[in-house]
Design a binder for this molecule. Structure first.
Ligand SMILES: NC(=O)c1ccc[n+]([C@@H]2O[C@H](COP(=O)([O-])OP(=O)(O)OC[C@H]3O[C@@H](n4cnc5c(N)ncnc54)[C@H](OP(=O)(O)O)[C@@H]3O)[C@@H](O)[C@H]2O)c1
Length: 348
C-alpha cells in the first residue's frame, strides 16, 4: 500500500493523515443501526489504522450513546501520544432539560463525560456538532476557550455550520483573543458537492481544514446498491437509501460512472470516490463496518486518478454555480483561484 500522506490541521503546527478513521460504527449497543462493532473488532481496526499511518480518529459523544467513545478510547490507549482524538458536543446525551446544546453548562458536562469515556486527559479536536440557535454564541465560545485554557482541549472546531456561522465564530473568537477554530467537519462526496458554494471558499480564506464526513454517502458510492436492492444488514437496508441531492436515477448514473472509472484504474468504486476527495486536498473520514471494507478503503491511497478522470467526475457531479459566485468569477478573471481549491494546493 502507498505511504500515508499528511497535511496541516487547519493553521496549526500539527500534521494529520489525509485519511482519518471515523468511529460512528463503533459500539455494541448499535443504537442507530450503523455498525455495532464490539471491542475486539474496534481494537483490530484501530491497530490496523495506526499501522497504516492514520493519526486522526473522529467520534462524538452521541455515537452509540457513548459506546463509540468508550471503545475508541480503549483501543487507542497504547497509541495515545501518537494520535489525535476528535470528538463533538451538541447532541442530546440524556433526558435532562440541559443535557443538549452549546450552553456553558452543557459543554462542561459533556466534555467531562467524553474525557472519562475516552480515558484521556485531553481532547485534541473538540467540535461543535452543529449550530445552537438557542444559546448566545459568546457563551459557547467562552466555554470552549475555558477548556483550551484548562488543557482539556487542544484545538476547537465546528461541524455542520453554514459559512456565515463559521465566519461569525472566527471573527468573534479573534475579537475576544480566543483560540481559532481550525476545522469544519462537513458532508462532501461525489453525490453532494454543496460545500463548494460557500463553505470551501471560506475555509480556504480562513485556513481551516475540511474534514469530510460520509465520503461514500453512507455506502452508496461503494456501488453495492441498485434501485431495487438494499440488502438487509447494510446501512441502506437498515435505514433506507437517500439521495437528497439528485433524483435516484441521476444518483445511480453517477455510481455507474464511478464503477467505470474503477475498471479503468483496477480499483473499486469506493476507492475511486475516496480518491476523488483526496485529489481535492481534504481530510477524509473513512467509515467501515468490517475489516474488509476498511482494508478496501485504505486502498484509495494506491489510486492515482488522471486529470482526465477527475475532470469527467467533476463535470458529471458539478452543482450549478450559485450567485454571487458566478458574478465574482466573471469580474475577476485571472485574479482568483478556483474557489474550492485548498490553500496548499494553489499553483501560484
Ligand atoms: N459531523 C457529522 O455530522 C457526521 C455525520 C456522519 C458521519 N460523521 C463522521 O464521518 C465518519 C464517516 O461517515 P460514514 O460512516 O457515514 O462514511 P461513509 O463512508 O459514507 O459510509 C460508511 C458505511 O458505508 C459502508 N461501507 C464503507 N466502506 C465500504 C466498502 N468498501 N464497500 C461496501 N460498503 C462500504 C458501511 O456500511 P454498511 O456495511 O452498513 O452498508 C460503512 O459503515 C463517521 O464515522 C463519523 O466520524 C460525522
Amino acid at each position: 500500500m502507498a505511504d500515508m500522506k499528511y497535511t496541516p490541521l487547519g493553521n496549526t503546527g500539527v500534521d494529520v493523515s489525509v485519511l482519518a478513521l471515523g468511529a460512528m460504527t463503533f459500539g455494541s449497543k448499535d443504537a442507530w443501526k450503523l455498525g455495532g462493532l464490539g471491542q475486539d473488532t474496534v481494537d483490530k481496526m484501530v491497530s490496523r489504522a495506526v499501522d497504516a499511518g492514520i493519526n486522526l480518529f473522529d467520534t462524538a459523544d452521541v455515537y452509540d450513546e457513548g459506546e463509540s467513545e468508550k471503545t475508541l478510547g480503549k483501543a487507542l490507549q497504547p497509541y495515545r501520544d501518537k494520535v489525535l482524538i476528535a470528538t463533538k458536543v451538541r447532541g442530546r446525551i440524556g433526558p435532562g432539560v440541559n443535557e443538549i446544546g452549546l450552553s456553558k453548562h452543557h459543554i462542561r458536562q459533556a466534555v467531562r463525560q467524553s474525557l472519562e469515556r475516552l480515558g484521556t486527559r485531553w481532547v485534541d479536536l473538540y467540535q461543535f456538532h452543529s449550530w445552537d440557535a438557542r444559546v448566545p454564541l459568546d457563551e459557547s465560545i467562552e466555554a470552549m476557550q475555558d477548556l483550551v485554557e484548562e488543557g482539556l482541549v487542544n484545538y476547537p472546531g465546528v461541524s455542520n455550520f453554514t459559512a456565515w456561522q463559521m465566519a461569525t465564530v472566527q471573527a468573534r473568537a479573534e475579537e475576544r483573543g480566543f483560540s481559532r477554530y481550525e476545522t469544519a467537519q462537513m458532508n462532501y462526496s461525489l453525490l453532494n458537492r454543496d460545500v463548494e458554494h460557500e463553505i470551501l471558499p471560506f475555509l480556504n480564506y480562513s485556513k481551516m481544514s475540511l474534514l469530510v464526513w460520509s465520503p461514500l454517502h453512507g455506502g452508496v458510492l461503494s456501488g453495492k446498491y441498485s434501485k431495487d436492492s438494499k440488502p438487509p444488514g447494510t446501512r441502506a437496508g437498515n435505514r433506507g437509501l437517500f439521495f437528497p441531492f439528485f433524483d435516484e436515477k441521476t444518483g445511480f448514473d453517477i455510481v455507474e460512472r464511478v464503477k467505470q472509472v474503477g475498471k479503468e484504474q483496477d480499483a473499486t468504486p469506493a476507492q475511486i470516490a475516496l480518491s476523488w476527495l483526496l485529489s481535492k486536498g481534504h481530510i477524509v473520514l473513512v467509515g467501515a463496518k468490517t475489516m474488509e471494507q476498511f482494508e478496501e478503503n485504505l486502498g484509495a491511497l494506491d489510486v492515482n486518478l488522471s486529470n482526465d478522470q477527475i475532470g469527467k467526475l467533476d463535470e458529471l457531479t458539478r452543482h450549478r454555480v450559485q450567485y454571487p459566485n458566478w458574478m465574482i468569477e466573471r469580474q475577476s478573471s485571472g485574479r482568483t483561484f478556483p474557489v474550492s481549491e485548498p490553500a496548499w494546493n494553489r499553483k501560484n
